[in-house]
Design a protein around this ligand. Structure first.
Ligand code: CP
Length: 361
């Protein structure tokens, strides 16, 4: 049984199949109205959401299915201390598929390990947001007709921005992609993404704080919100929150066929005046997210072929110290680290991907 926890769980071929299904849904919506008749989607949202939760719900209704769920942790038994693992086992008795958002990195993986139905990661902490990446990919494909040979600018909070991490992972598998990473020093892309995604795939990138200087080279500009909820120190958020504001003036130097994306919600990092620009694709991206979630629900419920199990060394004698990791709060969840660099003895927590270096031997 397949789940979607990390965008890399799906091969480029499987992503292309989802895009083909989504395009077919757009062209022939009537053919899909009964495809999930009698099936139930459970939306387990332990963190706020507008787009992701409601687009999952709209997707399931448009496929003829039903939806159960909750939209905040306080209205679930998590408020009484129920674990993610038990929640997943319980929901498996009621529904056919789960979409879960959780503030802790790795929580949907723990759900998938314990559920007997497919689990979709609808955003876990500052870690990953693979279904947002599905929306991003369909939008890029429909606007550009390809994923290769693109210069992609990512602007804003590249440190905590889970949508950015998932999109970089997805696009790094296509030839000729290069990234321009535009952020304040304090919100630079984590080094593990640079070393273990960009470097591993030989993807060129540059880092800059200057959005306007980067603008002329870009085919895609992916703006992101500075996320108040991820900052341990609120004064740091106040200092950085208005680092980038995209305006019509700043777009004068951009390509005529630039594609401007934003996972939304925006606060003020894109001026409302930009919405009229034909290059603004972020509301199309919202709609595309619904179609890709329809395609994903269909494929997972059909029973996608199992992916080959990766050959990897897992060790349990390291301790994850990421305070946002699910291992800090989940009862009796074993520590588990996978080796990502045998020579340098680098291990990463399987739940949150935090790094540990194994000392001695
Ligand atoms: N893009 C996104 O995840 O939006 P929501 O937080 O509203 O779901």
């Amino acid at each position: 049984m397949r789940s979607l926890i990390n965008i890399l769980d799906f091969s480029p071929e499987e992503l292309q199949q989802l895009i083909d299904v989504a395009n077919d849904i757009i062209a022939h919506p009537g053919d899909y109205r009964e495809r999930c008749r009698g099936k139930k989607l459970a939306t387990l949202f332990f963190e706020p959401s507008t787009r992701t939760r409601l687009s999952f719900e709209a997707a399931m209704y448009e496929l003829g299915g039903n939806v159960i769920g909750f939209s905040e942790a306080q209205s679930s038994s998590a408020a009484k201390g129920e674990s993610v693992a038990d929640t997943a086992k319980v929901i498996s008795c009621y529904a056919d598929i789960i979409a879960m958002r959780h503030p802790r990195d790795g929580a949907p993986l723990v759900a998938a390990m314990n559920a007997s139905i497919p689990v979709i990661n609808a955003g876990d902490g500052g870690h990953n947001h693979p279904t947002q990446t599905l929306a991003d990919l369909l939008t890029i494909y429909r606007e550009k007709g390809r994923f290769d040979r693109l210069t992609v600018g990512l602007c804003g909070d590249l440190k905590y921005g889970r949508t950015v991490h998932s999109l970089i992972s997805a696009l790094s598998r296509y030839p000729g992609v290069r990234f321009v990473l535009i952020s304040p020093e304090e919100l630079k892309l984590p080094s593990y993404v640079k070393k273990e995604v960009l470097a591993v795939h030989g993807i060129p990138y540059e880092q800059t704080e200057d959005l306007e200087a980067a603008m002329p080279a870009l085919d895609i500009l992916y703006m992101t919100r500075i996320q108040r909820e991820r900052f341990p120190d609120p004064t740091e958020y106040e200092r950085l929150k208005d680092s980038y504001i995209l305006t019509p003036e700043k777009l004068k130097a951009a390509k005529e066929d630039l594609c401007i994306l934003h996972p939304l919600p925006r606060v003020n990092e894109i001026s409302v005046a930009v919405d009229k620009d034909p290059r603004a694709c972020y509301f199309k991206q919202v709609l595309n997210g619904k179609y890709m979630r329809m395609a994903l629900i269909l494929r997972l419920l059909e029973g996608m072929e199992e992916a080959p199990a990766p050959e990897e060394e897992i060790v349990a004698d390291l301790i994850c110290d990421n305070p946002r990791c699910i291992v800090q709060t989940e009862q009796e969840l074993p520590q588990a680290f996978r080796c990502t660099n045998r020579e340098r003895k680098i291990f990463r927590c399987v739940y949150c991907e935090s790094k540990r270096i194994l000392k001695g031997e």
